[in-house]
Design a protein around this ligand. Sequence first.
Ligand SMILES: [Zn+2]
Length: 487
Amino acid sequence: MIDTAWRQVRHGLAVASGRHIRPEDVSALVTQLRATLDEFGDVNDEQFSEAMARPLDPDIRQRMKEKGWRRTAQNAGRTTTFYGDLFNDLGVDLDDLTLDNLDAVPPTSKAALRSRPSDFVSSAARPALRATTTGTTGRPAVCWFSTYELDLAAAYSAIAYLAVNRLRNEDLVTICVSGRSVVAVRSMLRALEMAGVASQFVGVIDPQQALFNLSQPIGVRGKKDKPSVLITCPSYLGALLDTARAGRFSSTDFQLEQILCGGEVLTAHLKQEAEGFFGARVTEAYAMTETFPMTGMACGSGHLHFASDTGLVETLDPDSLTPARPGSIGVLVMTPFIPYRETTVVLRMVTGDLVRVLDQSDLGCELSGLEATSLPLGREGLRPSIDAERIFERDILELLHGEPPIPLAVSYGIEPDGNEVILHIGSPCPPPLIDRLELEATRRGLPVKRVIGHRNPSSIPHRMLNRALLRETIPVRHDALGTWELR
Ligand SMILES: [Zn+2]
């Protein structure tokens, strides 16, 4: 019955009046799911997945989306200064908004949110948490959240942890995410708690210490022998692999079964390496603070799928911000719907994340009932402005990850040079490696003119920042010497 209940929550409540969904109702579903698991050991996974991904009747889906969009835009216009002023200036008729005239509301840039954060806060909400983004993709943005929207999102995540990721009471989930990603961390901890799954927050610390933690027996009755699930971002996963291989760790030191990864580009190579070394399945997801609680999930065919009930996802041409055609490059533009998002309200938020637009009629995967794009290609702001072929973070990372002498968590920078780029790598590169990289770049059709290796990553021009660099300092004791060191 749990799949039926899920459908009711997903489709029934979401198309309701737009009034608050009671987080307690969703929590009750979590409790029901846990009881089913306790009694029968498992839910009918197939039924559940099918219920989640079932293609909605296209007409119903369109109607739901249109209602969600209109209601969200009306709320934004009536309760926020930013959209109130904007709609006044443009003469937008709030009752006349449809999916056919989305362009009546211009896309919102991250710069607008960064410069006027308070003007996006709804006067109807009760702000309880002020979150600042980590800033690896530009100047940090400020978003406010209410207890209601955080609790509701946590309850939905708890269901996903139990039914999709199949986490259980005997698991121990280790969270290696920056503590400054406060919304993500708060949501994970609360959701795991609701799901009855044990967790530990480790953060982005010296990889050696994180690996030590992951390799230690738990020693608590009812739990697995060692941490079984890791939640992290791709660059830190790369750092863990680099350190494990360079040091005294081997695959047999760990008993990870799943690695949940998100927040950055995850290359096919890194995924394969992590699965090979840890013997754990790597699952990729997409989310960002500004568009919370919308989530994209990767399917087995390498698409990124979005459920249409929590918000509107558009793929627009990065230059003209008009709808991008299948096969072309688009920037993800997202509108989280009320009642899932109610405090810092954003409409048609230009995320800056680039994807390839897919033909929705030709997905042919297990999640084909949900709209999809390609996996993220990289960030728009960091794409160098050259006239030649576009070059994406994913292209560069796939190129670098294909060369074992280069660390997986390597820093790099892309310097425009005419119609090509100079690729700066934060790792010493002997001439044969440079030759191989330049040759491989040409073979892949990348406009890379030259590759330069740097012993000191801080000397890299146009350096890209990744989340593994958000290192938190911790004290480490050297028992033999009786001394302490900050790492
Ligand atoms: Zn798919």
